[in-house]
Write a protein that binds this ligand. Structure first.
Ligand code: NAD
Length: 237
C-alpha cells in the first residue's frame, strides 16, 4: 500500500528511543522528512543517524512550555511546511490513586496532557494553510481501561482523550485528522523500568501503525483511539 507520505514533513517528539523512535523510523522509511526531539543529544544523534531520510534533530525537553512552538518553527524553517505531528513524551512514574502529591499530578498533566495540546496548537496553523494534516498522539491503553498502579498516566491520558475527541471534530473540516495510538505493553526501556512482564508488542510494529494513522489512505479515520495492545484491554468502548 502506498501511504502517500513521500516528501511529507513530520515532527515526532520524544523520539530517541522506544515508541517515538519507532514511529519516526516508520515515517522515514515511507519517505517523510523528519524533525525529531529528545533531551539527550547523544541518543538523539544516534537515532537520527539510523533514519532512512532527511532528519533535523533538536535537543529539547518537549514538556517545557516553549518547546512545542520552537519545534514547529524549526520544522517550518528547515523544510518550509509541516504535515504530520506525532506527539509523544516520557510516561509518568507509577503510583496508586492516593500516592502521588499535587506536584506529581501537575508534572504528569503537563507532560502527558498539556504538552500534546501545545504541540497540536502550534502545528495546526501550518496544516490549515495546506488543507492537509495528520496528528497522532501516543498515549496508552489506559485511556480505555485504567491501569491500577499507573494513576498519573490514567488521569492525564483520559483528559487528553476527552480533549482529542473535541479537537478531532473541530479539525476534520480543515483536512486534518487527529487520532490516538494507544499502546499496551511494548518492549521498550519504559516497559523494562516498570517491570512489565508477559507478551509484549514490537515497537517497530507500533511505529508502522502510527505511520498508517498518519497516511493518506487513513484520511477518514479521525477521533479514534486505536488500541495496539494484543487484546489485553477488556473494555468494550
Ligand atoms: P521510553 O522510555 O522507552 O522512551 C521515551 C522516549 O522519550 C525517549 O526517547 C526519551 O529520551 C524521550 N523523552 C522522555 N522524556 C522526554 C522529554 N521530557 N522531552 C523530550 N524527550 C523525552 O518510553 P516508551 O515505552 O517508548 O513510551 C512512550 C510513551 O508511551 C510514554 O508516554 C509511555 O508512558 C507510553 N506507553 C508506553 C507503553 C509501553 O509498553 N512501552 C505502554 C503504554 C504507554
Amino acid at each position: 500500500m502506498n501511504l502517500g507520505l513521500e516528501g511529507r514533513v513530520a515532527l515526532v517528539t520524544a523520539a530517541s528511543r522506544g515508541l517515538g523512535r519507532a514511529s519516526a523510523a516508520a515515517l522515514s522509511r515511507e519517505g517523510a522528512r523528519l524533525v525529531i526531539c529528545a533531551r539527550g543529544e547523544d541518543a538523539l544523534g544516534e537515532a537520527a543517524a539510523q533514519m532512512a531520510g532527511e532528519v533535523l534533530a533538536v535537543a529539547a525537553d518537549v514538556t517545557a512550555t516553549e518547546t512545542p512552538q520552537r519545534l514547529v518553527d524549526a520544522a517550518v524553517e528547515r523544510f518550509g511546511r509541516l504535515d504530520v505531528l506525532v506527539a509523544n513524551a516520557g510516561g509518568p512514574p507509577p503510583g496508586r490513586a492516593l500516592e502521588p502529591d499535587d506536584a506529581a499530578f501537575e508534572a504528569a498533566l503537563n507532560a502527558n496532557l498539556m504538552t500534546s495540546i501545545r504541540l497540536v496548537r502550534s502545528a495546526v496553523p501550518h496544516m490549515t494553510t495546506n488543507g492537509w494534516g495528520r496528528i497522532c498522539l501516543i498515549t496508552s491503553s489506559a485511556v480505555k481501561q485504567p491501569i491500577p498502579h499507573l494513576t498519573l498516566s490514567n488521569t492525564a491520558r483520559a483528559g487528553l482523550w476527552a480533549w482529542a475527541k473535541t479537537a478531532a471534530a473541530d479539525l476534520f473540516p480543515l483536512g486534518i485528522t487527529l487520532n490516538l495510538a494507544c499502546p499496551g505493553s511494548h518492549a521498550t526501556e519504559r516497559a523494562r523500568a516498570l517491570g512489565t512482564a508477559g507478551v509484549m508488542g514490537d515497537p517497530e510494529d507500533f511505529g508502522r501503525v502510527v505511520a498508517f494513522l498518519c497516511s493518506e489512505p487513513a484520511g477518514f479515520i479521525s477521533g479514534a483511539a486505536l488500541q495496539v495492545d494484543g487484546a489485553s484491554t477488556a473494555a468494550l468502548l
